[in-house]
Design a protein around this ligand. Structure first.
Ligand code: DGJ
Length: 700
């Protein structure tokens, strides 16, 4: 069976009675599958099986495979080594469903492969217990082999304030396992596990990647087995005893997305962004410039100040005003109040209505912060229902940020949160929720049984229900910054808070890599305070603006303290964002391989290549006294483009004379072909460290 779309082909061979992937990569053209099978069947070495077989997608031990099987489980002392045989295959336009069974083990497995028009392969597996006693499922991963020339791996690590840091390693023999056990995807979540050819860069080479459409415990793996074959795997990480399938019961694994690119890492982004831009429920409206008040006022809520801040925000061009933590219950700091989603009479003696009405009156949307999956021990909710937390009976989990996790599997706790949040949305006409999740799950039990999976399903259900009740409502997924940015939440939330790190130097890398599969318009990206609250470094507004521009842009800064010059710069930035956001939120993300590590170059090219906006960001002093040329790849090679600097974020530069193409003002006198821009590029001006320049190319 062959599935092909948009430069991707999967060839699945069922001739042996089980699913074997003969090829995952570029379309192979005219061939007979039998010949491909012959070409890929290895010799029989000594000290191995007498008849070598491909382990297939399920990698069953029963076939003589000694690497990690895709399915692990048991019925106590038996059914520990399944062996599936295909029973039937149903093929449709975009894919196929293969039904398999192991009668002796009492298991039935359905495997559905769907290749989207964007070239993203979606894989669904569902395991049914067809036996007459309980089957304990430990793992059901999706595994795909990668070619031998995929000799390197790439995944992403992270922590609070430093999410999505790339780790590129040799694809060495053995098992590389990335497991998230936080009950949320976590700051360390890789989003995808990649395998690459050694020559692969952002711009060229081959990349294979797997990611899971899930926001709870997740496992990614890259394994090179003893026979030298490499494979990627991904799936949900189940807690011990979490999936006890009763007779007739089915476990539906979260969908796994498989990406292939013959055009480097940016090709993975192009496929993923196109796929996610077509997702159901994607907001159709332009992404509003947002002001979040967290780093402006923290818990210091005061109607007069926030009203003045709203006025200032509207003046500079903000379109959405978000009131963060501190407006409810006894929440005067982070030690109390979570769970009591009622407006604090102490902080808001006249209620929220005056602020909400003021914000709406200024023509801005109003957003409100919640952390509905959590409860503070110092709260009315906890005092009334101390048993409404995820826990092992008789034990309270260690507190983190002074809070516990509310058990949303408990219908009463779920109804409490849904009811209070929904009532506030209705009462105030709230347009937007920023939904936080500031602690990981430990001892995540419901009524004595493991519950991380059901807790994740509950938050999806809650978000979906809030959106159903309040059409047009948008939700931002935040978890101490980027602790819940994943391919599952993209289908339930509309924006991610990418990181609590607002220092633009750190942000450049965090955004560059978080957008590998998540489209930039979903990545909240704010101009923070002049002196960063997280690093203590001071940056001009130019670099901060140039960084925020390339996501769903916003501000998180007390504008009441900004100077006239800064306010003017922000106003220009807001206008530029409004002008460019159609391009930035629909085009192809380009991460340029720049030769000098002192600078980062990236951009977005319109889908029809009619225009592009690139950023040159000088992180440190350039190694050459004249900085290396900035290339602008991705445009139509034989079309001509006029290039010009958008001076909005260019600070004062130290040079006797600017580079030839800049011609003394911000409008370039030159036009170059897309090929010349990609290969020769443009000589940057001599920027100081921490300055940035935006260059626009428009087809003529
Ligand atoms: C963590 C978030 O990442 C911040 O943006 C802010 O909302 C705080 N929580 C509020 O407590």
């Amino acid at each position: 069976m062959r599935l092909s779309a948009t430069g991707v082909e999967l060839i699945l061979d069922l001739a042996a009675g089980y699913p074997v992937v003969l090829h995952w990569g570029q379309p192979l053209g005219d061939l007979a599958v039998a010949d491909l099978r012959a070409a890929t069947t290895p010799a029989a070495p000594g000290a191995d099986l007498d008849d070598p077989v491909d382990p297939g997608m399920l990698r069953e031990t029963a076939r003589g495979y000694t690497g990690r099987p895709a399915l692990r489980g048991h019925r106590g002392t038996h059914a520990f080594s399944p062996l599936f045989a295909v029973e039937d295959v149903a093929v449709d336009r975009a894919g196929a469903t293969v039904r398999m069974a192991d009668a002796a083990a009492g298991l039935a497995l359905s495997l559905t492969l769907t290749l989207t028009e964007h070239g993203v392969l979606l894989i669904d597996q569902a395991l049914t217990n067809a036996g007459d006693d309980v089957y304990s499922l430990d793992e059901l991963s999706t595994c795909l082999p990668v070619p031998d020339r995929a000799t390197e791996t790439l995944d992403f690590s992270g922590r609070w304030l430093l999410e999505r840091q790339p780790q590129r390693l040799p694809f060495a023999p053995g098992l590389r396992l990335r497991e998230g056990r936080e009950g949320r995807s976590g700051h360390d979540h890789t989003i995808v596990q990649c395998a690459l050819t050694a020559d692969a860069t952002t711009e060229r080479g081959e990349v294979w990647a797997l990611g899971v459409l899930w926001s709870g415990g997740i496992r990614h793996l890259a394994e090179r087995d003893v026979r030298g074959r490499g494979a990627l795997g991904a799936g949900e990480l189940l807690e011990a005893g979490e999936a006890q399938l009763a007779p007739g019961e089915t476990y539906a694994a979260p969908t796994v997305a498989a990406f292939y690119s013959g055009a480097g890492l940016d090709g993975i982004s192009a496929a993923s962004h196109a796929w996610l831009r077509a997702r159901p429920g994607r907001p159709a409206s332009a992404r509003p410039l947002t002001l979040n008040v967290w780093e402006a006022v923290y818990f210091d809520h005061d109607l007069a100040t926030l009203t003045a801040l709203a006025d200032r925000a509207a003046t500079v061009g903000v379109e959405r005003f978000v009131l963060d933590d501190g407006w409810f219950g006894a929440r005067r700091d982070d030690t109390s109040g979570l769970g009591d989603w009622v407006v604090s009479a102490d902080a808001w003696p006249t209620g929220l209505a005056p602020l909400v009405e003021h914000v709406h009156g200024l023509g801005m949307q109003f957003g409100l912060w919640f952390e509905g999956e959590m409860v503070s021990p110092d709260s009315d909710l906890y005092r009334a229902h101390p048993d409404w937390i995820l826990q092992v009976p008789g034990r309270v989990p260690p507190p983190a940020r002074f809070q516990q996790v509310l058990d949303l599997v408990n219908p009463d706790a779920y109804a409490h949160v849904l009811g209070q949040v929904s009532a506030l949305i209705s009462e105030h006409g709230i347009d937007y929720l920023k939904w936080d999740h500031n602690r990981f799950l430990t001892d995540a039990g419901h009524a004595g049984t493991p519950a991380p999976r059901r807790q994740t399903q509950a938050i999806y259900r809650l978000f979906d229900e809030l959106k159903r009740r309040h059409p047009g409502l948008e939700i931002e997924s935040c978890a101490s910054g980027g602790g819940r940015v994943d391919l599952g939440m993209v289908f339930h939330a509309d924006r991610f808070w990418t990181s609590d790190q607002n220092d633009p130097l750190e942000r450049q890398q965090i955004q560059r890599w978080t957008s590998l599969v998540i489209p930039p318009e979903m990545l909240g990206s704010h101009i923070g305070p002049t002196t960063s609250h997280t690093t203590g470094r001071t940056h001009g507004v130019g670099l901060r603006a140039a960084t925020a521009l390339f996501g769903h842009a916003g501000l998180e800064w007390n504008l009441l303290e900004a100077t006239e010059d800064e306010l003017a710069a922000i106003t220009r930035f807001a206008a530029l964002y409004r002008e460019q956001r159609d391009l930035l939120h629909s085009g192809r993300v380009v991460r340029v391989e720049h030769p000098d590590p002192s600078a980062v170059v990236h951009g977005v090219v319109a889908a029809d290549a009619s225009r592009a906006l690139f950023a040159y960001v000088q992180l440190a002093t350039s190694s050459g006294i004249t900085p290396a040329a900035m290339r602008l790849p991705g445009l139509t090679p034989d079309a001509r483009y006029r290039v010009r600097v958008r001076d909005v974020v260019t600070g004062e530069v130290i040079q006797k004379r600017g580079p030839g193409w800049m011609g003394g003002d911000d409008v370039s006198g030159i036009a170059l072909s897309g090929a010349a821009l990609a290969q020769v590029g443009l000589r940057p001006p001599i920027l100081r460290p921490e300055q940035a320049m935006l260059v626009e190319a428009v087809r003529i």
